[in-house]
Design a protein around this ligand. Structure first.
Ligand SMILES: [Zn+2]
Length: 113
């Protein structure tokens, strides 16, 4: 389950931020996950809850925002919405569609005290 190391990465971002901005508790975390990032949302929730135990984000609520996947179709040359990395183009049915958006996961916002 690679979500565990991703959750560790999220905690790292939170801790680095805490050092820079001088806060000691995190109440809520908004996490943006691209549809094509290959992250299981439910697995992510589970891993997040487990890695933050005993840290400044212990008990923090995780809000997940899923951003739409997008790709460039070599068939028709358009930018199209795709849900999976290997989806054909919804406009022309062509392959390949090169993923261009919704590939990342990032911490968007934190509610802290
Ligand atoms: Zn197309």
């Amino acid at each position: 389950m690679h979500e565990m190391s991703l959750a560790d990465g999220v905690l790292q971002v939170i801790e680095d931020n805490a050092k820079i901005n001088g806060y000691s508790r995190v109440r809520k975390v908004w996490l943006e996950i691209g549809e094509l990032a290959g992250v299981e949302v439910e697995a992510m929730r589970f891993c997040f809850d487990s890695v933050v135990k005993g840290t400044l984000a212990d008990g923090a609520r995780l809000e997940i925002i899923v951003t739409q996947g997008e790709g460039h179709c070599f068939g028709c040359g358009k930018t199209v919405p795709i849900q999976l990395r290997y989806d054909p183009c919804p406009l022309c049915g062509g392959y390949p569609v090169e993923p261009t958006g919704g590939l990342e996961m990032r911490v968007k916002e934190l509610e802290v005290e």
